[in-house]
Design a protein around this ligand. Sequence first.
Ligand SMILES: *[C@@H]1O[C@H](CO)[C@@H](O)[C@H](O)[C@H]1NC(C)=O
Ligand SMILES: *[C@@H]1O[C@H](CO)[C@@H](O)[C@H](O)[C@H]1NC(C)=O
Length: 401
Amino acid sequence: MTFKTLCVGLFFALFLTHMYTSIPDNIEERWKVMALNAVAKTCIFMATCLEKIGIMKFEEFIDMIFRLDYVQPLSDEYITVVDTAFANIPVRLYLPKKKAETPRRAVIYFHGGGFCLGSFKQRALDYLNRWTANKLEAVVVGVDYRLAPRHHFPAQFEDCSAVVRFFLQDSTLAKYGVDPTRICISGDSSGGALAAAVTQQVQNDPKIKHRIKIQALLYPILQTIDIYLPSHRENVHGLFITRDVGIRLLSLYFSKDEALMQAMRRNQHMPLESKHLFKLANWSTLLPEKYRKDHVYTEPILGRSTFSLPALMDHRASPLLANDSQLQNLPLTYVLTCQNDLVRDDGFIYVSRLRNIGVQVAHVHMQDGIHGALSFITLPFYLHLGVRIKDMYVNWLDNNL
Ligand SMILES: *[C@@H]1O[C@H](CO)[C@@H](O)[C@H](O)[C@H]1NC(C)=O
Ligand SMILES: *[C@@H]1O[C@H](CO)[C@@H](O)[C@H](O)[C@H]1NC(C)=O
């Protein structure tokens, strides 16, 4: 038996052990979701083993799997697709071919992947961005910001911010025929964190001439100060991604220090001087009662860590830590949350914060939603849930941008 056969055999054995997990009753396409979940959990298990025996790091293995799904820029009858760079940061542009009578709308999209993984090259994202360009006859920009653990915060934020600033220059807007009053920033998961943070910055920077018209945050991560919200508790062994994996990626955003990861697991990673920030993300006051259920709020345990990381208190990493005056200038905001999602409550809390100060929000909560569903909207997966999320998001853009 060759090594390869052994590996394939091992994969299937692991796959089968992960196949029969119980999943919520309201999930559609149950078998497909169970199979995708089993593949994800098998990859996570293999990545963990490879790291333990010292062959490669956890995130390197997952990155290898992600790369299998990358696609080259491919123009079609309607859209010209090109890879280029804005401010030295790689971007993929989707430019409609049809002549436009008036300047076009534009969408800048930040991909997810826990700040460590992913690219605009992922098949599903390439498809989503192309679809958006087609349906809206808009210019769409996918951004490949630097990733952790090679680059820690604020590299990711700075790259996204630099691309947006570059795009908002009159010369760039003119070159691509974009209407400066009709620009959207979007992102999913960690890309949602970057979209929220960059939008906060752009709207509050008097040096930037143009403003963002709308932002769309799809199952966004919006804070890292409290990793024991009701949604974290309910999704410890969540579909596709566990709390452990979420924390592993999140900690790498800030540092390679294993102590941070361990402290985050215990939710004891914040320093004493962060006490005043907790009211900004307090789920006991900001999460709707229906989702608080009978979870008991406990005060954060601070100052237990040996490391000092100001980034943990930075609103560019955790957009929920912006104060009300920074949130006041935000544009119309679309927030999509999923019930089966570690970071479900981040989205809910941001919606509460924004509505409390009068920012207009369109909030869609998917009771049968699963974090990451947008990654499975192409063949061979074609997850109906992901396709519904895509259609809702793009229709909302079409109606509001
Ligand atoms: C969070 O809100 C609750 C009230 O529901 C309050 O008792 C608690 O002190 C708050 N915690 C922080 C850190 O603001
Ligand atoms: C909000 O934060 C900004 C930036 O950190 C600061 O300049 C401002 O004074 C704060 N506003 C309030 C009301 O705390």
